[in-house]
Ligand binder design. Structure first.
Ligand code: HEC
Length: 104
């Protein structure tokens, strides 16, 4: 009986840990970022790690969030990033994603 209870508990804890790693990916999926970005390889857009490296030590989260919102071009190359409408990702979610990218 007790063992079953412990197992159940462990499963619940594991579930919580996965849920913590998940929100960011969920937001990137929802925001459509995954179509052009990956964490450590260049796709249509630069990898998140390249973005983080470029802006290392700079306080640019707000500026970059605005660029993702409105679109960006000419920073990493000639391919432009299309705008992300607020209907796809709201301001709070966008900020969360950009801050997480900059921490990579
Ligand atoms: C249509 C493809 C595409 C989509 C969708 C896209 N990006 Fe981008 N992203 C790019 C490209 C291309 C660049 C490089 C733009 C440049 O050189 O100025 C870029 C640049 C960036 C930058 C750096 C901007 C700068 O000015 O340095 C950030 C941060 C970023 N993307 C985050 C995101 C996030 C977060 C999402 C999802 C909400 C997203 N992108 C969706 C293609 C895309």
């Amino acid at each position: 009986m007790n063992v079953t209870k412990h197992l159940l508990h462990a499963t619940l804890l594991l579930g919580t840990a996965c849920a913590l790693a998940g929100p960011l990916e969920d937001l990137m999926l929802k925001g459509g970022c995954v179509a052009c970005h990956a964490t450590d390889k260049k796709m249509v857009g630069p990898s998140y790690k390249d973005i983080a490296a470029k802006y290392k030590g700079q306080d640019v989260a707000a500026k970059l969030a605005e660029k993702v919102r409105k679109g960006s071009s000419g920073v990493f190359g000639t391919v432009p990033m299309t705008p992300t409408p607020v209907t796809r990702l709201n301001d709070a979610d966008l900020k969360t994603v950009v801050e997480a990218i900059l921490k990579l």
